[in-house]
Design a protein around this ligand. Structure first.
Ligand code: SF4
Length: 489
């Protein structure tokens, strides 16, 4: 999806960067749409604003796309029955700026010279606006504000004959981070960008095959993990099985390291590393780097839990659930009115005062974005009687925006973009504050250190070292909606 750093206010309970999309595809299963709905349900953490499935039944494509959660929209036999066929792809979406409109909800379907094709995309194209402008000049009419549609138009006007060659031709013109799944009349196609920034895995279920953002989507349907799709690889699944091609110039991979810190589900394994284990190792690194005398280690649930376990194991300080999360508060409940929003974090988190009173606590969270949630959590923990609050963050300071498919505020709204660590500690009201070092993060994912000349991961939101050119950003702010009547020059 096309993405600009967000300037919209975050809800008080929700000061985290957001993954923008999750994708799923299945080929060769009689219950393809139902399996896709289950797979998307497992990927719900990657996008809660909208969901869609397109199926193909050997004659026709069928589509259901809707705003809201997977469970609210794909929960009836009637809906699944309207998506017949043994092949399907699906998408969950988190909207960035502006309204979530149905025409932006994926998979996007279009009729091409070679037949119909649906496409689902996780990531962000960094030169899509420039290309889109050129395509509009040539007479292309865009139906959505999604950068994914740019791929469709480039495929449509390509002079190559086969769908795969057209796709390669299109992708060679595009820059950015993307994992794509496409469904044609004969094939299920999965693509990862040449740097492999966003994840994509291949799995097997009976005689069928699955492509998904994370392995947790394979687990839910009982599928077996085969392997990660390689950076720059195109996996083509058809009646003859799985074929692989690598048509792009080989580059060193730069997988998004934030997937391990926060975005991916802890039960997923990505690029050979189990996310839960990495988060525990991150906690252990934090304890080694910035241990402080304390009575208990308390996670900000749920995302701070694995790192807190790792910190507690390494430091010997007991792990306690000093904050309890209410799992029954959904975004739809919190978002609509300021009357509800002002209640803030208490809707979602409550201090376990009986455990916290008089104690020195190490409070662990995964990141600080604007700092709004951290301030309120610290205030809540102090009101519950904690004697000292030492905050430890299981990532380096997030000082830069992401342009590769994660919704982060503009850098001047990021707390770490505006202040140093001492000022941040004062701002959020803690006795001490420490972040994981960049090298500590690399150690937690199994590297000796970050190779500064050729970093092994994308870590641009911490380092400012962007591995893929930000072509559109170089030309100034991108309007959210491209008008067909006016054009930015
Ligand atoms: S900038 Fe940060 S969040 Fe974005 S892809 Fe890179 S590591 Fe991931």
């Amino acid at each position: 999806m096309r993405h600009e750093p967000s300037s919209s206010p975050t809800t008080d309970d929700d000061d985290h960067p957001h993954e923008e999309c999750g994708i799923f595809g299945i080929f060769g299963n009689a219950d393809a749409a139902a399996m896709a709905a289950l797979g998307l349900h497992a990927l719900q953490h990657r996008g809660q604003e909208a969901a869609g499935i397109v199926s193909f039944d050997d004659r026709h494509f069928h589509t259901h796309r809707a705003l809201g959660l997977v469970g609210d929209n794909f929960n009836s036999e009637a809906v699944i029955n309207r998506l017949p066929g043994a092949r399907a792809i699906g998408h969950v979406r988190y909207s960035t700026t502006g309204e979530t409109i149905l025409r932006n909800v994926q998979p996007l379907f279009a009729d091409f010279a070679f037949g119909g094709m649906a496409i689902a995309h996780n990531g962000n194209l960094t030169n899509a606006y420039r290309i889109r402008r050129a395509l509009v000049r040539q007479g292309c009419i865009f139906q959505s504000t999604s950068d994914t549609e740019t791929i469709n138009h480039l495929i449509a006007i390509s002079h190559y004959s086969t769908v795969v060659d057209r796709m390669i031709d299109a992708l060679r013109q595009l820059e950015g981070a993307y994992s794509l799944i496409a469904l044609t009349q004969r094939k299920l196609i999965g693509v990862r960008d040449p740097l492999g920034v966003r994840p994509l895995v291949l799995g097997r279920l009976g005689d069928g095959y699955i492509l998904a953002s994370e392995t947790c989507a394979l687990d839910i349907i009982g599928a077996t993990f085969m392997r990660d799709v390689d950076p720059g690889e195109i996996v083509i699944i058809d009646a003859d099985g799985v074929h692989s091609i690598k048509p792009f110039a080989k580059q060193a991979s730069r997988f998004c390291i934030f997937e391990y810190i926060y975005f991916a589900r802890p039960d997923s394994t990505l690029e050979g590393e189990n996310v839960y284990q990495v988060r525990k190792a991150i906690g252990a690194e934090l304890a080694r780097e910035s241990h402080v005398a304390a009575d208990m280690v308390v996670p900000v649930p749920d995302s701070g839990v694995p790192a807190s376990i790792g910190y507690a194991e390494q430091s010997g300080v007991p792990f306690e659930l000093g904050i309890i999360r209410n799992h029954y508060v959904g975004r739809t409940f919190i978002e609509p009115t300021d009357n509800i929003r002002h209640l803030g974090v208490k809707l979602k988190h409550n201090a376990n005062a009986a455990r916290l009173k008089g104690k020195r606590i190490v409070l662990i969270d995964d990141s600080i974005v604007r700092g709004t949630t951290s301030m309120k959590i610290v205030e809540m923990v102090r009101s519950a009687g904690a004697a000292e609050v030492h905050m430890r963050i299981s990532s380096p300071p997030t000082a830069h925006s992401c342009f590769y498919g994660i919704d982060t505020p503009a850098s001047d709204e990021l707390l770490a973009g505006r202040m140093n660590v001492a000022a941040m500690a004062k701002h959020i009201g803690v006795d001490s504050l420490a972040f994981l070092s960049l090298d500590g993060l690399y150690r937690a994912v199994g590297k000796t250190k970050r190779e500064s000349a050729a970093p092994q991961y994308c870590d641009a939101c911490f380092s400012g070292d962007y591995p893929i050119r930000l072509t559109d950003q170089e030309e100034g702010p991108i309007p959210e909606q491209l008008s067909l009547l006016t054009e930015r020059e």
